[in-house]
Design a protein around this ligand. Structure first.
Ligand code: GTP
Ligand code: MG
Length: 202
């Protein structure tokens, strides 16, 4: 793959392609590796997708969690398909919602042939919840790149940050230096995020 200067990468053309309602649904057009953005409802998945591609409002950011029910697919240049995965663990979800989420997301994560990597988003302010840990266990079942990404870094003061990163790393059993802190508001972590995705698909 052609390596581009960091300043050019954000300018790769990106577009919304379609929403998958089934885990085995094909994406029309030339095949590309898929990178999923997953995490609990409201953690900042759509905002992180926008940060990654350098667009303000490509993926829809929502104030009400749990709005996304399908796998929203975006093309990022000819690098990859970015897949915005519906969030888990929203409080108002009923039994039927949970069951359809599991059917869609578990099958997608476990069986999708073109899935190359998962950006697993966790809110820097909180320790991973039981839902987070269950999702982590699911990811661990498949040999696939997983990068934990801490979101909303701007909401934590500098003095508390190391402590939060260490605490989350402790729960996940991941070294703190392997946790990427990001902020969709200050654009912290944008370059490192792009580098990680490019490394996943290389
Ligand atoms: P669902 O699709 O509903 O599961 O949510 P999501 O994970 O896609 O989160 P989304 O990007 O819609 O963001 C949820 C809320 O968090 C919005 O109000 C965002 O403005 C806010 N948010 C997202 N990222 C950041 C961030 O880095 N900093 C701050 N302060 N707020 C953020
Ligand atoms: Mg979203």
């Amino acid at each position: 793959m052609k390596v581009q200067a960091p300043s050019q990468r954000g300018l790769l053309p990106s577009e919304y392609l379609l929403s998958l309602v089934r885990a085995d649904q094909p994406i029309p057009g030339p095949p590309l590796p898929e990178i999923a953005l997953a995490g609990r409802a409201n953690v900042g998945k759509s905002s992180l997708l926008n940060l990654l591609v350098g667009r303000r409002a490509l993926a829809r950011v929502s104030a009400t969690p749990g709005k996304t029910r399908a796998l929203n697919v975006f093309r990022w240049g000819d690098v990859c398909h970015l897949v915005d995965v519906p969030g888990y663990g929203w409080s108002k979800a009923g039994k039927a919602d949970r069951a359809s989420w599991r059917l869609l997301v578990e099958h997608y994560v476990m069986e999708r042939p073109m899935l190359r990597g998962v950006l697993w988003l966790l809110d820097i302010r909180h320790d991973p919840s039981p839902d987070d840990r269950a999702f982590g266990a699911l990811l661990a079942q498949r040999k696939i790149h997983v990068m934990p990404v801490l979101t909303k870094g701007d909401k934590i003061g500098r003095s508390k940050r190391d402590e939060r990163v260490a605490s989350i790393g402790g729960v996940l059993n991941v070294a703190p230096e392997n946790l990427l802190v990001t902020s969709a508001h200050t654009r912290e972590g944008q370059e490192a995020l792009r580098d990680a995705v490019l490394a996943f698909v290389a």
